[in-house]
Structure formats: structure tokens, C-alpha cells
Write a protein that binds this ligand. Structure first.
Ligand code: NI
Length: 256
């Protein structure tokens, strides 16, 4: 069993063959997928898709790229949407100082409001952090309630920072870049953090793992992330699949 904790199936890169792809996934070892939104329309699409496919769950949220387009009304909409029983998280939310499509202050404000919404609803958060490691950490530390789950999606920070997150009760999600040649930083993170705090993902359609790098990604390729983690940790592939799936089911509070 595999659990892809982050795949954007509603992305237009799947418009041509989405039904076919979902059929292929349903025949694979991937038994669960969480599809995160990046704004209100894509959060609605994520919910619609989750309603049609049993193995797909939705996360709803405003991505830092979209933060400038958000207002008080967006948070109220998310609060309403969070009531749907296929919504398992608030995400993806966070900070992106690499592209900085929205001003930093606006990104921080929308991030904090969505963490507060997660605290209020009891849903965990899925966090995007690109080149904003220090601010992301301090905001989570300050605003996340102790009982609110938090995963750093496609984690790209240091092993020391990863352990700081683990001590805060957070999870670390490993994606395709762990398979890239010369990515020792992510390998060190995989070696360091407890397996019980690790989730796996594809971030489809992006970040395709080796040996498919350069092609479009999809959830069936999460097995290559699991295989690389097994190799780094010296564990069996089955053990990594089983533990990361259990972790994700617990994290998203999904009953088997
Ligand atoms: Ni994403």
C-alpha cells in the first residue's frame, strides 16, 4: 500500500487523460491520495474530484503565490468548505520567497489566518516553504496550536531544521528530489528523522522522480520515493510503504 500525500490531480496538465490516469492509479498500489488546492476555485475542484473517487481526499487552501488575491471572504469560504467530510487538511499554505509572486507581508498574513483556521477546525496543515525557512518555522512555532497537525511538504531544509520541526510535533514529507543525483541534503534528512514522522508524496505533476525525471509526474511514481527512502535507511521497501501509509492515515485522520 502507498499513500501519495500531495498530488495536484486537478492541474490542467491532466485535462487530456485524467479519467484514464485515475483508472490506472486505482489498479496500482497507491490506495490513497491527498489533492491540495492552491486557491478557492482549485479547492472546490479538489472537493468535487474527491467526491467522485473514493481513494482521493481534498485539502483546501490558498497557496502563497495566490495570497494577494485572498481576502476576508476567502477565509470564510475555506471555513465553509472545511465542513465537507472529504476535506482532510488546510493546504497548501505557506511562504514562497523564491518567486515572491505576492508581497512577503501579505503571504505571512494569509498563512497565519489559515493556521488559525486549522486550529479552529481541528484539521492539519500542509505547508509549502520555498526559500523562507526561518519565517516559516517561526510562524508555525508561534501560531500553530499544539494539537494541530503540520506537514512540511516536499521538505527542502536542513536536517537540523527538520529535527526542530519533529520536536514541534510536525511531520516531514519527502518527494521526488530525494532520488535526484547528488541530493545529499535530503538523504541526510531521511537518515535523521524518525520514520514515524515521515510522509511521502509526488507533488504531481511536478518533481518527477528518477528514472522518469523530465516527464510528467503522477501518483503511481511515488513508489520510487519509497524505494529511495528504503535504500537510504537500509529498510525493506515494504516496511517504508507500510509505515508511511500508516503515518498518513493517522495524520489526516482517515479511517481505513
Ligand atoms: Ni503542491
Amino acid at each position: 500500500m502507498l499513500f501519495d500525500t500531495h498530488a495536484h490531480i486537478t492541474d490542467d496538465k491532466y485535462d487530456e487523460d485524467r479519467a484514464e490516469l485515475l483508472e490506472k492509479i486505482s489498479q496500482s498500489d497507491v490506495k490513497y491520495i491527498v489533492n491540495p488546492g492552491v486557491d478557492i476555485p482549485s479547492s472546490l475542484e479538489a472537493i468535487e474530484l474527491a467526491k467522485r473517487y473514493k481513494f482521493i481526499y481534498a485539502a483546501i487552501g490558498i497557496h502563497p503565490h495566490e495570497a494577494s488575491g485572498a481576502d476576508e471572504d476567502s477565509i470564510s469560504r475555506l471555513r465553509e468548505l472545511a465542513k465537507c467530510d472529504k476535506v482532510v487538511a488546510i493546504g497548501e499554505i505557506g511562504l514562497d520567497y523564491y518567486y515572491e509572486f505576492s508581497p512577503k507581508d501579505v503571504q505571512k498574513d494569509i498563512f497565519i489566518r489559515q493556521i488559525e483556521l486549522a486550529n479552529e477546525t481541528g484539521l492539519p496543515i500542509i505547508v509549502h516553504d520555498r526559500d523562507a525557512h526561518a519565517d516559516t518555522f517561526s510562524i508555525i512555532k508561534k501560531h500553530k496550536a499544539p494539537g494541530t497537525g503540520c506537514v512540511l511538504h516536499c521538505y527542502s531544509g536542513s536536517k537540523e531544521m527538520a529535527m526542530e520541526y519533529v520536536r514541534l510535533g510536525c511531520h516531514i514529507s519527502i518527494a521526488g528530489p530525494v532520488t535526484f543525483k547528488g541530493n545529499n541534503k535530503t538523504a541526510e534528512v531521511v537518515r535523521e528523522i524518525p520514520l514515524e514522522r515521515m510522509l511521502i508524496e509526488t507533488d504531481s505533476p511536478y518533481l518527477t522522480p528518477v528514472p522518469f525525471r523530465g516527464k510528467r509526474n503522477d501518483p503511481t511514481k511515488v513508489e520510487h520515493v519509497a524505494a529511495m527512502i528504503a535504500q537510504i535507511r537500509g529498510l525493506s521497501y515494504e516496511r517504508v510503504c507500510q509505515q508511511t501509509s500508516e503515518n498518513a492515515l493517522d495524520f489526516f485522520n482517515i479511517k481505513k
